[in-house]
Structures are given as structure tokens and as C-alpha cells.
Design a protein around this ligand. Structure first.
Ligand code: FES
Length: 155
């Protein structure tokens, strides 16, 4: 089902683990398969370069391989450039994924997006234009708290 490169990235994951003093954490999940991915970022506050990145993934082989690959692609990039990495880039770098496993690479892309959103929410208390928490994110960093409050008060 998987090519040799995917198997290698699954069997020998790069950058697995956690960063204790992470600048930001993105946690995303797919409710259909139940897989969960957590991306930790250590970001240089001046340059916004991702100096370190790690992941913890509880999921299928493709979810682990794609998390592993996206950490390699994002490390050393600015946050803005890391956000340009698409799930297709991740799947291509892995030499392709079976069609039923393409959503695993999407989860990896959204893990970076969720971590970036977490970073800006912690730093600025709001998200920059054009960035949002993905639907798969397990947290919205408090971004929509007001909306929930106002919906509650209407009930
Ligand atoms: Fe859902 Fe891999 S099967 S993330």
C-alpha cells in the first residue's frame, strides 16, 4: 500500500516528540478516522524562523509519515513560508500517498496552520488577516470566545 519512503518516514520518524518550552502548539484531529496530530513550534521572535519543530501523532502510518515530512519541510523556514507548504507538497515529497490516505497529509498541513494560529493568538491576542484555525483544530485559542458568549446569552 505504501512506497518505501513512506514506510521509512513511518518506521524512522524525524522530529518526533515534544518541545517543552514551545512557542506554539497546534493540535488537529480527523473525526472520521480518529487520528490526532500535535505540532510543537519553537519560533525566533525576531525573525519568525521556525528553529525547532516536533510532532506527536496518534494515528495511521501515513499520518505519522506526513507529520514527520512536514516537520522536515518547515524547519528553518519563516512561519509565513511554512504556511505555504501544502498537503500536496508533503505527499509529493513522500513519493505519493494512496488516495484514501491523502487526508492524512491534509492533517499535517492543518497542524502547521493550527500551530501558527496559536502562536499569533498568544502573541497578539488576534489572528493576522488571512489566517484562521482550521476546522480540524482542537482549539481556537479563544478566538471565537465572544461569539460563543453572545450565542449563550441569546439562549
Ligand atoms: Fe486518518 Fe491517517 S487515516 S489521518
Amino acid at each position: 500500500m505504501y512506497n518505501q519512503k513512506v514506510v521509512d518516514y513511518f518506521m524512522n520518524p524525524r522530529n518526533s516528540g515534544r518541545i517543552e518550552d514551545a512557542s506554539a502548539i497546534g493540535e488537529v484531529g480527523n473525526p472520521v478516522c480518529g487520528d490526532v496530530m500535535k505540532i510543537y513550534l519553537k519560533i525566533n521572535p525576531q525573525s519568525e524562523v521556525i528553529e525547532d519543530i516536533k510532532f506527536e501523532t496518534f494515528g495511521c502510518a501515513a499520518a505519522i509519515a506526513t507529520s514527520s515530512m512536514i516537520t522536515e519541510l518547515a524547519k528553518g523556514k519563516t512561519l509565513a513560508n511554512a504556511l505555504k507548504i501544502t498537503n500536496k507538497d508533503v505527499a509529493d515529497e513522500l513519493g505519493g500517498l494512496p488516495a484514501v490516505k491523502l487526508h492524512c497529509s491534509l492533517l499535517a498541513q492543518e497542524g502547521i496552520q493550527a500551530a501558527a494560529a496559536d502562536y499569533y493568538m498568544k502573541r497578539d491576542g488576534k489572528l493576522p488577516a488571512g489566517l484562521s484555525f482550521p476546522e480540524s483544530s482542537m482549539s481556537n485559542g479563544g478566538a471565537e470566545e465572544e461569539r460563543f458568549v453572545s450565542e449563550d446569552s441569546r439562549a
